[in-house]
Design a protein around this ligand. Structure first.
Ligand SMILES: [Fe+2]
Length: 301
C-alpha cells in the first residue's frame, strides 16, 4: 500500500530564536490528509481544544454558545469519516470549571469510543477536571503510550493566572518520560512554549520555556509539540521538531495582533497522522459556517 511521502514545507524564519523557523500563515503545510493512505501502524489523532463549555448548556463566550459550536465541530469531523485512534483535548475545556461541564464533556468525548487524553488550561480547575473526567473513562494521566508513540500531557496551569508555567514536577515527569523510552513522543500542553506573534496573548505564554527546551534537546525522541490557548493556527519548527497550535472549537483570536481581536475564522480542529517512522502529518480543518452571535467588537474575554 503506497502513500504520499510529501515533504513538509519550511516556513519563513522570523527569528523566534536561532533554532526556529515559523510560518504562522494560518495555512498548515499538509493538506487533505483524508485522501492519504498511511502505512500500517500510523496513529490517526484528533485534537480538540479550548471548548470553553459551561455547566449551563446555553452558556456563551463572546456571543457564541460554546456547546452548540463544539457539537457543530464534532459533526463536521464526523463528516470526514476519518478513522480515529486517539483524541487529544488540550485545555480550557470548561470555562466555568464546573463538575457539570466536565461530566458533559466526558460524555461527549467518550462517545468517540477511542482513548481520550486530556490536560487542563487556565480556565480549568485541574482537580475538578480529573475527578469528573476520570469517571467517564477519559485519561488525565501525564504519560500514555499508544502504538509506537508516547504522549506526554503536561499541566502548565498556574492557579488563578492566565499565563502558564511548567512546575518542577512537570519538568521532572517530562525528563523521566523521555529518558525511559525510545518511542516517538508528542509533547502536549495548554500554553504556548514559543511566541506566536500576537503581543497580548504572548504575555500569557509558558513563562519558563528554557528548561522545557533544554530537556527536549537533551533527548532525541520528541517529534512534535502541540498546544491550544491561542485560538488560532500556528506552525513552526524547533530544529526538526514540529510546533503546532490549533483553532478553538468556539471563538477564534486574530493572528499577529498587538491587542485582543476576535477573528472571523470559523471554529475548527486539527488532524494529525503520527507515522511509525516518527514523522508527523497534520492538517487544520474548520467548519463551513460561523456560529451565530459572535461579538466581533469585544475587547477581551
Ligand atoms: Fe481558551
Amino acid at each position: 500500500m503506497g502513500y504520499y511521502n510529501l515533504k513538509i514545507r519550511q516556513g519563513d524564519p522570523v527569528g523566534l530564536n536561532a533554532a526556529m523557523t515559523s510560518s504562522n500563515t494560518g495555512k498548515p503545510p499538509d493538506i487533505n490528509l483524508r485522501d492519504w493512505n498511511f502505512p500500517a501502524g500510523t496513529l490517526r489523532v484528533l485534537q480538540l481544544t479550548d471548548t470553553h463549555l459551561y455547566a449551563n448548556p446555553v452558556g456563551s463566550l463572546l456571543g457564541i454558545n460554546t456547546l452548540d459550536s463544539f457539537e457543530r465541530v464534532i459533526r463536521h469531523f464526523r463528516d470526514y469519516h476519518w478513522p480515529l485512534d486517539v483524541l487529544l483535548a488540550t485545555g480550557d475545556l470548561v470555562h466555568d470549571a464546573s463538575p457539570e461541564g466536565y461530566r458533559n464533556l466526558g460524555r461527549i468525548l467518550s462517545g468517540f469510543r477511542v482513548p481520550v487524553f486530556c490536560l487542563p488550561g487556565n480556565h480549568d480547575a485541574p482537580p475538578v477536571m480529573r475527578e469528573h473526567l476520570r469517571n467517564t473513562g477519559v485519561y488525565t494521566d501525564t504519560v500514555i503510550d499508544h502504538g509506537p508513540w508516547r504522549f506526554v500531557m503536561l499541566d502548565s496551569v498556574i492557579p488563578g493566572e492566565e499565563g502558564g508555567r511548567l512546575a518542577p514536577d512537570q519538568l521532572k515527569q517530562l525528563e523521566e518520560a523521555l529518558a525511559s523510552t525510545d518511542r516517538h513522543t508528542l509533547v502536549c500542553m495548554h500554553h504556548q512554549p514559543v511566541d506566536v506573534g500576537s503581543l497580548w496573548i504572548d504575555t500569557m505564554a509558558i513563562e519558563n520555556p528554557g528548561p522545557l527546551f533544554e530537556i527536549i534537546d537533551r533527548h532525541s525522541n520528541v517529534r512534535g509539540i502541540l498546544w491550544g490557548h491561542v485560538h488560532q493556527t500556528f506552525e513552526a519548527k524547533h530544529g526538526d521538531i514540529r510546533l503546532m497550535a490549533s483553532p478553538s472549537t468556539c471563538v477564534q483570536f486574530a493572528p499577529r495582533t498587538d491587542d485582543f481581536q476576535v477573528d472571523e475564522e470559523p471554529p475548527g480542529f486539527r488532524l494529525l497522522a503520527l507515522l511509525p517512522d516518527g514523522s508527523i502529518r497534520s492538517e487544520v480543518v474548520r467548519t463551513q459556517e460561523m456560529p451565530h452571535g459572535l461579538e466581533l467588537a469585544s475587547s477581551g474575554y
